[in-house]
Design a protein around this ligand. Structure first.
Ligand SMILES: [Zn+2]
Length: 149
């Protein structure tokens, strides 16, 4: 297995819908279904969980662009209503379907690059020991100096 010397940027890997580590293997096994692992380098895609982030960013971005374009067009040209409805429908559907896949791949690549994952709580104290210790450098709690022990 030969890995490229130059690592891919997360944006490039996302736009190409490729593996964030080797940028060779496909990231998806379906339209939006993430493959179990990379066919080329074997990277396990189990970490990939962008949740509804791609849908939010795509919906917001395309919505703003299409509605802005429609507003300008409606004021400047005064097209018939049916043309406006058709243009909005095609713009929203086409724009969202065209960008959802690369945006999802880009967010997964960002997860890989930044090692983003689910947060884990650690206990800093316990019952009967003064509760949580917020600042580890000052175990007596906020507002109290640990210098005068
Ligand atoms: Zn790979």
């Amino acid at each position: 297995m030969d890995l490229p010397v130059r690592l891919p940027t997360s944006l490039r890997a996302g736009m190409m819908c490729r593996c964030p580590r080797c940028s060779q293997g496909p990231l998806f096994s379906g339209f939006l279904e993430v493959a179990p692992s990379c066919e080329i380098c074997g990277l396990d895609y189990g970490f990939a969980d962008p949740a509804d982030g791609p849908a939010f960013f795509v919906m917001t971005g395309i919505g703003i662009l299409v509605m802005g374009g429609w507003a300008w067009w409606a004021v400047a040209v005064h097209p018939p209503a049916w043309q406006q409805y058709l243009a909005i429908l095609v713009g929203l559907l086409g724009g969202c379907l065209a960008t959802l896949r690369p945006v999802k791949a880009w967010l997964i690549a960002e997860q890989f690059v930044h090692k983003a994952g689910e947060g884990h709580w650690i206990s800093l104290g316990g019952h009967g020991t003064g509760g949580f210790v917020i600042d580890r450098r000052n175990p007596r709690g906020p507002g109290r100096s640990s210098a005068g022990r």
